[in-house]
Design a protein around this ligand. Structure first.
Ligand SMILES: [Fe+2]
Ligand SMILES: [Fe+2]
Length: 175
């Protein structure tokens, strides 16, 4: 059993994960509209991944006999100007999520809530990986440009990354 204060913070994080999912769905739609199939697939894979994060937290609350409280999910921000801006927004978004996860961890530690502390480790590690991946993509966009052939190259790379993420998710579901 976890405290009500801890449960309410985890519920708030469920909302952030659902918003992340919605945020990436919006970017995927925008990429589709620009015929960037690889970019669209990458954001769609992120959309699915964020849903699994929300589900993990949901399951944790259920397992801890804590109430799940779902609230309104905010609309994603308006369309971006460019693919570079899509990834700049993605990095800023993931950094904000990292800081929210760190706050959750601070709270678990302040309550000496060992179960939630251990549960949150997965998310701490996940955020390191997510920020690193997005920084890498941004670096390549800045290097090769987000127009013409540079964009085609990155769109193809993103198609490959999306496929890997899909396979990893499939393997996770089997485990
Ligand atoms: Fe997430
Ligand atoms: Fe994320």
């Amino acid at each position: 059993m976890i405290s009500n204060a801890m449960a309410s913070r985890i519920n708030a994080q469920i909302n952030r994960e659902l918003f992340s999912s919605y945020f990436y769905l919006g970017l995927s739609a925008q990429a589709e509209a620009s015929n960037l199939k690889g970019t669209a697939a990458w954001f769609m894979a992120k959309h699915n991944e964020e849903m699994t994060h929300a589900h993990k937290m949901y399951r944790y609350l259920v397992d801890q006999d804590a109430a799940v409280q779902l609230s309104e999910v905010a609309a994603p921000p308006p369309e971006t100007q460019s693919v570079l801006q899509m990834f700049e927004r993605t990095l800023a978004h993931e950094r904000a999520v990292t800081s929210a996860i760190n706050d959750l961890m601070d709270h678990a530690l302040s309550e000496k809530d060992h179960a939630t502390n251990v549960f949150l480790h997965w998310f701490v590690t996940e955020q390191i990986e997510e920020e690193a991946t997005v920084s890498d993509i941004l670096g390549r966009l800045r290097l090769f440009g987000d127009q013409g052939q540079g964009l085609l190259l990155i769109d193809n790379e993103l198609a490959g990354l999306a496929k890997q993420m899909g396979q990893a998710a499939g393997a996770g579901a089997e485990a």
